[in-house]
Design a protein around this ligand. Sequence first.
Ligand code: HEC
Length: 268
Amino acid sequence: MTEIPEHLLKRSRDRKAGGASSEASSAPVPATTEAAAPVARAAAETPAQKPVSKPDAPYVAAAKSRQRIPYWAMATLSLMPIFLFMYVRGLQPQKAEASGPIAIGIEQYGACASCHGADGGGGAGRVLKDGESQKTFPHIEDMLNWVYNGTEAYEAAGVASYGDPNREGGAHYPRSYNGSAMPAQGSMAGGGLTDYEILGLVCHIRYDISGADPAGEWAEEYEKWCSPESAIFMGLEDGSLNFDSPELAGVGTAPRLGTSADQDIAAG
Ligand code: HEC
């Protein structure tokens, strides 16, 4: 509460005293004068008394004096939008991480999009999305071998079909789509991509475009070939491995028959 300056108090007292008397003089009932006089006297006798206002109830006073948001909470609250953003992101199904092989695949996919569509929906080349890639190639090794070589190398080698010979809807064999050829992509087959770029593309197609679940059914394959920590990818990238290395268990650069889901890739 603020101190009221003495001169103001005095003025108020004087006015009260004067007012009371003038009121008394005009008042028809003389009793008022007697009632007003002690009040004026009492005011004069206690000069230091502060004007009394009705005190707040304890709970009102507490509410008034309490700080609305503590300072420490303000710091926390200011981060709320970021928490919210992270929370909402956490709710969305996460795509395979965009680093390692998949990042390379995303970068290179323009080389395939002209025939297979930006979303893998097909066109001059076959449909790659909606699980098609895993249906044709239950083993990633067969897909790598196919993309490396392309149609003509398979024809030249006399290989009857690529991918799963028991594929739903029948095996895919060279020129069985619309009669045109899939160009070779691997360096020794006449294409312009390195082995690690081909792996990156195949990973991007399987996990992003064709929707394989890297945390579910395809987790083992994903960890080995397509995760950012894939030792095979790193080996291909730094040149210590290539598609003919024994560590790549049967990818190979020579066209060969594909394998079905229940077949062991090494025996294929
Ligand atoms: C000039 C057009 C063209 C381009 C460019 C092209 N493809 Fe193809 N692709 C085809 C055709 C045509 C087929 C079917 C081949 C056949 O029937 O012999 C095919 C088939 C495929 C298949 C087999 C799909 C299945 O389920 O049978 C894969 C996988 C594939 N392509 C991946 C790629 C990748 C990866 C790239 C980019 C590096 C690429 N293609 C670039 C035309 C193309």
